[in-house]
Design a protein around this ligand. Structure first.
Ligand code: SF4
Length: 231
């Protein structure tokens, strides 16, 4: 698999686990707030890390780490994702997959093969504003809906999360997201953070008070929704 980044230890990426994170390249979305602009647009020109090297390190770190988070870019675009996850499983790791949810069929297959232990799916915006938040001209919302339904019914631990961006989101988006995901146990609202690597500079974050207002709107439908990474 094409790997463009490898974090040997993280306490943040896989809830409840000391994990490593593997970054794949390329994405079918162009979310303007994406923090991994290079991975999304230019992965072909970035140096990659040989898969064997990553597996070798993970082999040595068994016992220290218990999980591996596979993120992107969008990992489900990797043609050999399944065989890579099989290698992680053979080493005894729990696997978390981060996805934009545009390939529900791949989530199904990976789950059928018992290769997933946790799925984190981005909810870019309310259905009405999804295409804009994903940075696309058009998008098949049915695929996103299928992935949402899959996460909610497959029995795997999962989470949904939205990065709130001033200029892209309005309070009404959070009401609609709440209605859409009503009753789900795990939803996180994250704040946009500007960085050098952002895909489309020019956006801004909401204040903590504004994020708390959005959370209040969400709580009517998602009582367990919480802010993540907001001080
Ligand atoms: S935020 Fe995720 S889905 Fe959006 S462009 Fe970046 S990697 Fe792709």
């Amino acid at each position: 698999m094409k790997i463009y980044g490898f974090q040997k230890t993280t306490l943040l990426d896989f809830p409840g686990r000391v994990a490593a994170t593997v970054f794949t390249g390329g994405c079918n979305f162009r979310c303007p707030f994406c923090q991994n602009g290079d991975l999304v647009l230019h992965s072909g020109s970035l140096p990659s890390i040989p898969e064997e090297e990553v597996i070798r390190i993970l082999e040595k770190r068994r016992g220290i780490l218990t999980g591996v988070c596979v993120t992107g870019g969008e990992p489900t675009l990797q043609p050999d994702l399944l065989s890579f996850l099989e290698k992680l499983k053979a080493l005894g790791y729990l696997v978390k997959l981060d996805t934009n949810g545009y390939h529900p069929e791949i989530l199904h297959v990976l789950h059928e093969q018992r290769l997933l232990d946790y799925i984190a799916m981005d909810i870019k915006s309310s259905p009405a504003h999804y295409v804009r938040a994903a940075g696309l001209r058009e998008l098949d919302m049915a695929r996103i809906q299928k992935s949402v339904l899959f996460l909610r019914t497959c029995g795997l631990p999962h989470e949904f999360r939205t990065t709130a961006v001033r200029g892209l989101h309005e309070p009404e988006d959070f009401r609609q997201i709440g209605q859409w995901l009503e009753g789900d146990e795990a939803y996180f609202l994250q704040s946009y953070v500007h960085s050098e690597g952002v895909l489309s500079p020019g956006y801004d974050s909401f204040s903590k008070e504004e994020l708390e207002d959005f959370l209040h709107i969400l709580h009517a439908y998602l009582p367990n929704a919480s802010l993540r990474g907001v001080d």
